[in-house]
Design a protein around this ligand. Structure first.
Ligand code: NAP
Length: 281
């Protein structure tokens, strides 16, 4: 079997075309451009690249990105204060705190300074809870993007066994909850899991969200499995691509799979936040 590609670049460009039209309508109705504030702490080159990519995409769909770059030595209190100001700023529709932040910062405290109505990256406790209760809040952007990608290819989820490797609050945990909400049977694996290969062999759908290059071997997969590889480290995904593509029915490339879907979800949620702000002000 040779897997079909879950083409995140193609699917995300379709979503972004729709977002661009929605932005045009918003600008014509409201006489202003939606604004996404991106907050970047420190000099991590990868984080700078991610923020630049997001700003470029914002410009392409007609949104404004307001970039706030802060020194790596900033304290948690100072960062929280900056984010609170953005939360209170009526000109800002969405806020993204690029993570990871430097180790001395309390990342959770910084995330919680984002007003839930502007949490377009879906990182606050409020967003997590509304997602868990299926109450229509903002989804964590990468999990939301993964679900949109699976839906674009009509991958059936109900009754399927999904194995999620990784349990971070912004990726592994929420993607498992979104799969559960769609009636998949979900198993989580993590760094303390024993017999990882045996769990993966049971997966109809595998979501890898670890950040360890080629941790998962293609030979572990159930033939015909759907493989979503969100991991990215040293220019590689978490799954050995060639051997997995020979066994899976569908697979995401790395790059070009999950990454572009994350940005599409972020911008899709930003135009939604802008509309909701206007409706409630
Ligand atoms: P994270 O917070 O470091 O979480 C990594 C998870 O992997 C943890 O739950 C950890 O388990 C688990 N893990 C570590 N070693 C393992 C092992 N040997 N076997 C099984 N599980 C193991 O990372 P994250 O923020 O969720 O990101 C994960 C990956 O996704 C990274 O490569 C990141 O760059 C990528 N990512 C991509 C996008 C995108 O848009 N494409 C967005 C976000 C993240 P414990 O909980 O037990 O420690």
């Amino acid at each position: 079997m040779t897997a079909k590609i879950l083409d995140g670049r193609h699917v995300s460009s379709t979503i972004l075309d729709r977002v661009q039209k929605e932005v045009e309508e918003f600008v014509s109705d409201q006489g202003r451009v939606p604004v996404l504030a991106t907050v970047l702490v420190g000099d991590d080159p990868a984080s700078h690249t991610y923020v630049r990519m997001k700003a470029n995409r914002c410009a392409k769909v007609g949104m404004e990105s307001r970039r706030i770059e802060l020194d790596a030595t900033i304290t948690t209190d100072e960062l929280v204060e900056q984010i609170r100001q953005l939360s209170a700023d009526r000109a800002v529709d969405g806020i993204l705190l690029q993570h990871p932040v430097p180790d001395h910062i309390d990342e959770r405290a910084a995330f919680e300074a984002i007003a839930p109505s502007k949490d377009v990256d879906g990182v606050t406790r409020t967003s997590f809870a509304t997602m868990a209760f299926d109450e229509g809040g903002f989804e964590s952007a990468t999990p939301g993007g993964i679900m949109a990608l699976l839906d674009a290819y009509d991958i059936p989820l109900a009754g399927k066994h999904a194995v999620v490797v990784g349990r971070s609050p912004i990726l592994g945990k929420p993607v498992g909850m979104l799969l559960l909400a769609r009636d998949a049977t979900v198993t989580y694996c993590h760094s303390r899991t024993t017999g990882l290969a045996d769990h993966i062999a049971q997966a109809d759908i595998l979501v890898a969200a670890v950040g360890r290059p080629e941790l998962i071997r293609g030979e572990w997969l159930k033939p015909g499995a759907v493989v979503v590889d969100a991991g990215y480290a040293d220019d590689k995904g978490d799954v050995e691509y060639d051997s997995a593509a020979a066994r899976a029915s569908y697979i995401t490339p790395v790059p070009g799979g999950v990454g572009p879907m994350t940005i599409a979800t972020l911008l899709s949620q930003t135009i939604r936040a802008a509309r909701e702000h206007e409706a409630t002000s």
